[in-house]
Design a binder for this molecule. Sequence first.
Ligand code: 5AD
Ligand code: SF4
Length: 464
Amino acid sequence: MEPAENADRAEGEVNPPVAAKKVFVKTYGCQMNVYDSQRMSDALAVDGYAGTDRIEDADLVLLNTCHIREKAAEKVYSELGRIRDLKAERASRGLETVIGVAGCVAQAEGREIIRRQNAVDLVIGPQTYHRLPEALRKARNGEKVVETDYAIEDKFEHLPQPRKAEVIGRGVTAFLTVQEGCDKFCTFCVVPYTRGSEVSRPVAQIVAEAERLAEAGVREVTLLGQNVNAWHGEGPDGGEWGLGRLLLRLAEIPGIARLRYTTSHPRDMDDELIEAHRDLAALMPYLHLPVQAGSDRILKAMNRRHKAADYLKLVERIRAVRPDMAMSGDFIVGFPGETDADFEATLELVRTVQYAQAFSFKYSPRPGTPGADMTDHVAEAVKDERLQRLQALLGEQQQDFTAAMAGRTISALIDKPGRQPGQLVGRSPWLQPVIVDETAGEIGDIIDVRITRTGRNSLFAEPI
Ligand code: 5AD
Ligand code: SF4
């Protein structure tokens, strides 16, 4: 899943009841956390909490955390130190502040968080968000609350559906979680431990949520899941549906013009899904399909359960049905045992695929994962050097991809005002910002534009 570090805080924009409490939510990590933050805000709005982006005004500060790499997890503790001071300062003015830690650090570390930072009142794991209002009541009564037991019941069934007013403030693109958790157990990854095993949301629930989003003006929906393409469910026809079939159904919803999904595992790209890329115009030609490494030896040690050649074949098949498909990926350098030759194989794979975008990381040993117990760890300096070389190559490919857009005619979904007055910003099918004059259309419109000039990342365009 693409990291959304420093992601926007989720704000529950509702008409607050008089003397409403205020909640400040800060989101770390992936898009699934962004989605969860919104759903928590929705649940809190029902309880009379209005969102704020001023932390010093917040009666409840909620950090939605990420545990994927050590750096991400450690950030939380430095932030908590600052929030503790804020809590003390507010207390001196007679104001109560509840500090809550949600997300994957909460799940992985539980009560340890309160041991390390006693100002924390509430620790709540990602599968138990529907218990947030109750946990909050206990915390406000002075109890230290830790809610990390996996709930048997489905959290989505118990979380309130977003209300129209809340969704409207959030723009014309939206995330929708359809699947959570992971059964793959890649040896570097904490996700199977923090998010639990794979669970798919039922078709009817997903369709209902997508319809609500569409009614609120959303034009583009990104389906989320740690293993989104492993999603499966029972269709209304009683048959077994995969993600490809689900996408076909969602494309029928009036108003929904664009669909995406992330993050996928190469092993779960089935024929039906590949065919959806051929048959479904609404399915955007952009696929985040992490491979992590290009050496078969390392892929095996990572327990990815496919070879480099399988991945390349898959990319070829996808591009055969959708020639304008842009590929995005995730890479890890310096996994235990990675030699220079293994790393060269990663560079070779990258050269073959030609990525439009990619995220790359130094391997970070995570407690409790098999990788952390492997013996032949790679020196930090070697990881640094490999990461630099890989990022240089990926950066070049990304720029080539953007530069090649000059002169082309593409569609853009106008989604926000531009930074300069008189401009609007749209989104290309490949997730690039497209800058147009404000006369080009209105937010929510999908217009055809010609690219006149390309920037580092963005496209400048005129309507045709
Ligand atoms: N160290 C470094 N990167 C990791 N990722 C997951 N676990 C680790 C780890 N222990 C990366 C993978 C994954 C992305 C979300 O984060 O590339 O696809
Ligand atoms: Fe982690 Fe692998 Fe599951 Fe992705 S597929 S969440 S990398 S264990």
